[in-house]
Design a binder for this molecule. Sequence first.
Ligand code: UDP
Ligand code: MN
Length: 332
Amino acid sequence: MVIVARVERFFTRKLTMKALFILYIASTFLGLFWIGFNFNNNVPQNSSKEDIAFLTKRLIELEKSEEHLKSLIKSKETNNEDLPIIFVVTPTHSRLEQKAELTRLCQCFMHVPKLHWIVVEDRESRSRLVENFLSKCKVVSSHLFVKTPDESVLKANESRWKKPRGVQQRNVALSYLRFEHSRSKGVVFFADDDNVYDLELFNEMRHTQKASVWPVGLVGKLKYETPVLDSQGKVIFWRTAWKGTRKFALDMAGFAVNLKLITDSPKVQFRSGRSIGMLETNFLSDLNLELSDLEPKANGCTQVLVWHTRTEKPVIKNEGKMLKIPVDQREV
Ligand code: UDP
Ligand code: MN
């Protein structure tokens, strides 16, 4: 028992991430080698039921030790003090599909270690729906709110590109970060609630020094927009069909910045300015960034790890036909 306890202590305290990883690879190889060796040597050609049962048992044992090592790696990663926090800022507004969108995001973010989700509602107060939702979502989160002023709200007859959305909400998140996390080591990413995010994107952005950039799929009426790199791997211009002359001609989902840039420039906010579609480029310019500061990610900007998807507006016109069925107040 003493030996077991010591081995356990050795495993949980003394091993570094690197050693754990090597151990994990080594044990997997040893396991496979062992199975192969035994299969060739001990198992007769017409293997009996006992042989199969024995091998199955061994396989289960190996799978268990693999799981154990994997969970050790994960807990080391999650508790790693040095790992920068990823602050994900999501503006969100009440509509029928809101809970579905937030569910997709929550179930993505819960797989990312050290992620802090800042959800900012476009409302005068917190909604019960989002409050309940976040209390169940297994992601560290902060729940903020600010209502977009009436004059900045898109009218029903106005085109989408006329007024940017989520501006005040992202700015409240910036104030929150400066106030509550000025000393944290982290990176800030603005993730709208209707996009789709590959988990790999978070590994890519985690160690951003100043600002990292990458392609965004299904945006700007293109299959993807992307920074274009020179032979040295530096950003030189942008693949975009709209206003490619912008200094930083990218989408909100196409960059992340080090938290220090935000805390070092306490006045910088999102501002749409006089011209339309300048939100992202103004923000990055105001942070005193130059093209040469940008860190291209996603394998030299060759991979799409985030998609600017949009959810179809649900058409709810058959509720009136449900009159014979008792109405309940379920939340959708
Ligand atoms: N949003 C908001 N208030 C609004 C409309 C949108 O807070 O009145 C949020 C929305 O939930 C999303 C972000 O702002 O997270 C961007 O909005 P949308 O996806 O409609 O913009 P687009 O993708 O067209 O830029
Ligand atoms: Mn969107």
